[in-house]
Design a protein. Structure first.
Length: 228
C-alpha cells in the first residue's frame, strides 16, 4: 500500500500519479494537507485522474482506509460531518467540499446517522441518491474497496453501463449499475469542514490485476491548487 510521502509504493506500479487539492487558505478555512503518511482533508476536495480506457479497460479497483475524523468522537453539530468518494468527476469548475458528490457520475457518502435515519451511508448517481446503507460505527477507521467493471470492455462513456461494488471492512457489500462518463477515471475525495478526516493506504489496480501488481502507486499531495 502507498504512503503519501512517495510516488511509487514499491509494488511495481505502472503509473506515477499526483494529487490536486484545493482550495487552501492560510490561517484557517478549507485545507487539504498531508500528516505523515495520511492525506488530511478539511472542507475541501482532492482528486487524481488517469486514462481508464487505456490502463484499465476491463475494470479497476480503488482500495484505501478512511476515517471521518482524525480524532473521534464526532465533534460536529448533530453528527453532520461527512467524507465522500466519487468516480467520473468533472473538475472543470473550482474544487469545493461537495465536488465528489455534486460533480461525479457515481459517488458514495459516509456520515453520522441522524434525524431518525439509521442508514449512515448513501450512494449517488449524477448527484441523485440511489440507495442508503449502514456501515456500522461511523467514528472509527474503515477499509473501503470500490470496484468498477464496464459491461463492455473499455466502454466507460455516458451511455455505457458500469457495474460498481462497494465493500466496507470486507463484510458490508453494496452493488450498483450506473452509466459512465467521459471522466470516469477521475477519482475525488471530499469532506465538509466540521473537522479533519483522513484517507490512507491508497492503491488502485486494474482488473484483472496485472503481473506488476499495483497499477497506481499513489504518492504525495504533489500539487496544491489555490482557489479563490
Amino acid at each position: 500500500f502507498s504512503d503519501w510521502g512517495t510516488n511509487d509504493n514499491g509494488l511495481g506500479g505502472t503509473q506515477v500519479q499526483a494529487w490536486a487539492a484545493g482550495p487552501s487558505r492560510a490561517g484557517g478555512g478549507r485545507n487539504a494537507v498531508t500528516n505523515g503518511s495520511q492525506g488530511v482533508a478539511f472542507g475541501t476536495t482532492s482528486v487524481y485522474e488517469f486514462d481508464v480506457t487505456t490502463v484499465a479497460p476491463d475494470g479497476f479497483q480503488v482500495a484505501f482506509d478512511f476515517s471521518r475524523f482524525v480524532t473521534a468522537p464526532d465533534p460536529g453539530p448533530g453528527g453532520g460531518g461527512y467524507i465522500a468518494f466519487g468516480l467520473g468527476v468533472d473538475i472543470g469548475s473550482p474544487l469545493n467540499d461537495f465536488t465528489a458528490i455534486g460533480a461525479s457520475d457515481w459517488s458514495v457518502l459516509f456520515q453520522q446517522a441522524n434525524n431518525g435515519n439509521a442508514a449512515n451511508a448513501s450512494a449517488f448517481e449524477d448527484n441523485t441518491s440511489i440507495s442508503n446503507f449502514d456501515y456500522l460505527t461511523p467514528d472509527v477507521p474503515h477499509t473501503l474497496e470500490i470496484t468498477a467493471i464496464p459491461a463492455i470492455s473499455g466502454a466507460y462513456g455516458e451511455t455505457d453501463t458500469v457495474n460498481i461494488s462497494v465493500v466496507v471492512d470486507g463484510t458490508i457489500t453494496q452493488n450498483y449499475s450506473v452509466l459512465g462518463g467521459v471522466d470516469f477515471g477521475t477519482f475525488a475525495v471530499s469532506a465538509n469542514n466540521f473537522d479533519t478526516r483522513f484517507i490512507d493506504d491508497l492503491v488502485v489496480t486494474a482488473v484483472p490485476e496485472p503481473a506488476t501488481a499495483a497499477l497506481l502507486g499513489l504518492g504525495a499531495l504533489a500539487m496544491l491548487r489555490r482557489r479563490g
